[in-house]
Ligand binder design. Structure first.
Ligand SMILES: Nc1nc2c(ncn2[C@@H]2O[C@H](COP(=O)(O)OP(=O)(O)OP(=O)(O)O)[C@@H](O)[C@H]2O)c(=O)[nH]1
Ligand SMILES: [Mg+2]
Ligand SMILES: [Zn+2]
Length: 290
C-alpha cells in the first residue's frame, strides 16, 4: 500500500503519482459502483503489484473541490488578467474571487502580457482592489518578466490557473513546464484561441502541482446564502460591525458603513457595484429554488 495523488482521469482510469512513479490505476470494485467521481488533486491510497499498474483502494477526504475546473484540494487560484487583449473583465474576476473566498482558497491576481499592455489602465483597475489584501503580480510569457516572482508563489501549492479565454494562462504554464508543451491559441482568430485548453491535468511543479483551465467568459456562483456574500469581499470587513442594522446587506439600509466606505474611497466603487449585482443574482436564484 502506498499513497499518491490523482494527476488525471480518463474514462474510469486514473494516473496516480506516488513518489517518482506515475501509476496507471483502476478503481476497486465498490468505487466503481458508487457513482462518485474522483478528481485530479484527490489524495488516494493505492495497492501495487510491483508493476506500474495499481488499484485505488481509498480516497481521502477533500479539503475543497472546484467545479470549474474539476480539481480537488486546491490551495491557490491564480486569476490571470490581460493588460492588453482581451480587455480585463472585472465582474468575472470578482466572481472568481468570491468563489475562492467561499472555498477558502488563496487568490493571486496576475497581470499578463505586460510587454504589450498599458500599465496606466492596469493601475486604474488595480486601485479598485485596495484594502482587499489581494496581491497583484505583473508577468509576460513573452519576455519572462515576473515569472520568477510568480514561481516563488507556487512553491508547495496546488494551483489552478483561471481567467478569460486568451489571457495567456497556458502560455505562462508553458514557460514553467516547457517539456509539457501545452497547446496555446491566438486571440481573435476564428476557432482558435477560444477554449484551446480542454483536458484537466495536474503537473508537478516546485513541490506542488499546476492545473491549466479552459478559459471561460461566464461563471455562475454556486447557490449560497445571499447574506454570506458580504464576507467574500474582504475590504468590507472592517465596516460590517458598525452598520446600524445587524442584518444590513449594504444596499438601501440607512447608516450603512460599507456605503460610507465607498464614498470615502476605502472600498472600490466598482467592487461595491459588482457586490450589489451578485447579491441580486443570488437572491433571484434563491427565489427560483424555493
Ligand atoms: N504579447 C504577448 N502575447 C501573449 C502573452 N501570453 C500569451 N500571449 C498570446 O495570447 C494568446 C493566447 O494565449 P493562451 O496562453 O493560449 O491563452 P489562454 O488563457 O490559455 O486561453 P484559453 O486556453 O483559451 O483559455 C496566444 O496567441 C499567445 O501567444 C504575453 O505575455 N505577451
Ligand atoms: Mg489555455
Ligand atoms: Zn451596511
Amino acid at each position: 500500500m502506498t499513497e499518491g495523488i490523482i494527476l488525471k482521469g480518463y474514462s474510469g482510469f486514473y494516473y496516480v503519482l506516488s513518489g517518482e512513479i506515475v501509476y496507471d490505476c483502476a478503481l476497486r470494485g465498490r468505487h466503481k459502483l458508487t457513482k462518485e467521481t474522483f478528481l485530479p488533486g484527490d489524495r488516494v491510497r493505492i495497492s501495487t503489484d510491483g508493476s506500474d499498474r495499481a488499484t485505488i483502494e481509498e480516497v481521502f477526504p477533500r479539503r475543497n473541490r472546484l467545479v470549474r475546473p474539476p480539481v480537488a484540494n486546491v490551495s491557490l487560484i491564480v486569476v490571470v488578467l490581460s493588460q492588453s487583449n482581451p480587455k480585463p473583465d472585472l465582474p468575472l474576476l470578482d466572481r472568481i474571487l468570491v468563489l475562492a473566498e467561499e472555498e477558502q482558497i488563496r487568490p493571486l491576481i496576475v497581470w499578463s502580457k505586460v510587454d504589450v499592455g498599458e500599465p496606466e489602465q492596469a493601475a486604474i483597475l488595480e486601485a479598485q482592489y485596495k484594502n482587499t489584501g489581494y496581491r497583484f503580480l505583473k508577468t509576460s510569457a513573452q519576455t519572462g518578466e515576473g515569472l520568477d516572482e510568480l514561481r516563488r508563489e507556487l512553491v508547495g501549492e496546488t494551483t489552478v490557473f483561471a481567467g478569460q479565454s486568451g489571457v495567456g494562462k497556458t502560455s505562462i504554464m508553458n514557460r514553467f513546464l516547457p517539456e509539457v508543451d501545452l497547446k496555446t491559441g491566438s486571440v481573435g482568430e476564428k476557432g482558435r484561441g477560444r477554449h484551446t485548453t480542454r483536458h484537466i491535468e495536474l503537473f508537478p511543479f516546485v513541490g506542488g502541482y499546476l492545473a491549466d483551465t479552459p478559459g471561460f467568459n461566464r461563471l455562475y456562483l454556486p447557490g449560497m446564502d445571499p447574506a454570506r456574500l458580504q464576507y467574500c469581499f474582504p475590504e468590507f470587513s472592517p465596516h460590517l460591525e458598525d452598520c446600524r442594522f445587524a442584518s444590513c446587506l449594504h444596499r438601501r439600509e440607512p447608516d450603512c458603513r460599507v456605503k460610507e466606505a465607498v464614498e470615502d474611497g476605502l472600498v472600490g466603487r466598482r467592487r461595491y457595484e459588482n457586490y450589489l449585482y451578485l447579491l441580486q443574482e443570488l437572491e433571484e436564484k434563491e427565489k427560483t429554488y424555493r
